[in-house]
Design a protein around this ligand. Sequence first.
Ligand code: NAD
Ligand code: GLY
Length: 344
Amino acid sequence: MKAIQVNASRPYQVLLGTDLLPTLGRQIREVTGSGTAVIVSDTTVAPLYAQAAEESLISAGVRALRYVFPAGEQSKSPPVYLDLLNFLARNHITRADCLIALGGGVVGDLTGFAAATYLRGIPYIQVPTTLLAAVDSSVGGKTAIDLPAGKNLCGAFCQPSLVWCSVDTLDTLPAPVFRDGCAEVIKYAVLYDRDLFAYLEETGLDFCREKVIGRCVELKRDVVARDEFDRGERMKLNLGHTIGHAVEALSGFRVSHGQAVAIGMAVVARAAGCPDRDRIVSILRQFGLPAETDYTAQALFESALADKKRAGDTIHMIVPRAIGDCAVVAMDVQDIKPFIEAGL
Ligand code: NAD
Ligand code: GLY
């Protein structure tokens, strides 16, 4: 088992290994001392892994409750959030108890936001079961729900008490969901690590999961330690996301997040004239991810203006200068459309 220490405002460990669910209860007891743990999960993940998590809690002397909501982004919503809070209140959950987010980024973000706000904050544990959640969303304490006006518009920074990543849970992921996570892995390599990029070029989809997840978590850990509250360097983790969010929104979310981020990375690499742009585009294709879009620069521009990362007339674009070296560039909105045009 690999342990990675995250030194944020609430320090915690990311524990990464195989077949870890049976020992989850013991670890939670040690880290939080909670008497009751509420497993929050979705309708796809709960039938696969909730029973193993529950048995492990019970054998460690922790009372286990289960809250399950319909799988999918549409559940990261105010009604499901309120229903979860009411479930916690009805079951007399106190600050001495904890929540367990068992699932992908949707479960993690919703559970984290409930934990940040219920009783003004109770402990929670991330148990990521998608590649995206393992390498990105379970670490760093960004929690949120969506509003009708846009994604992640209501949220809080709230670090988990523990991230418990049992890599074998990724075995049941549908291939497209796994590939979506690969877009985030490629993002970390383009941002920070030429060696990781070269390794992924060699292995394609058959990379060693423990090794690659561990490396991405280390990279994210370093960013979070330097800029927990997203005021500077953490913005880099949005590589590909401004254009990506525009593609997602224009498609009515039929283009998945990972596919959209892949398109966004390819567009900014081409637009910036990055000398490594051909390698970036070919690795995306190698991983079965798209690098082109049919949306026009005008449509993407208009959609990108709604991005919550916009500050007045400025949008921070993350621009690759080379693999492993990206810059945050504050662009005037009037320069965005020609920039996108150059990248299509
Ligand atoms: P998701 O949680 O919706 O999971 C994708 C699908 O896979 C779902 O249908 C889920 O039920 C299913 N699934 C999950 N684990 C499975 C398993 N082991 N076996 C079989 N099926 C499984 O989506 P995601 O891609 O994990 O996360 C996307 C969300 O993460 C978005 O809401 C995004 O905004 C958020 N996000 C948050 C951060 C952050 O820092 N907080 C970072 C990136 C993304
Ligand atoms: N996934 C972006 C962040 O954690 O900042």
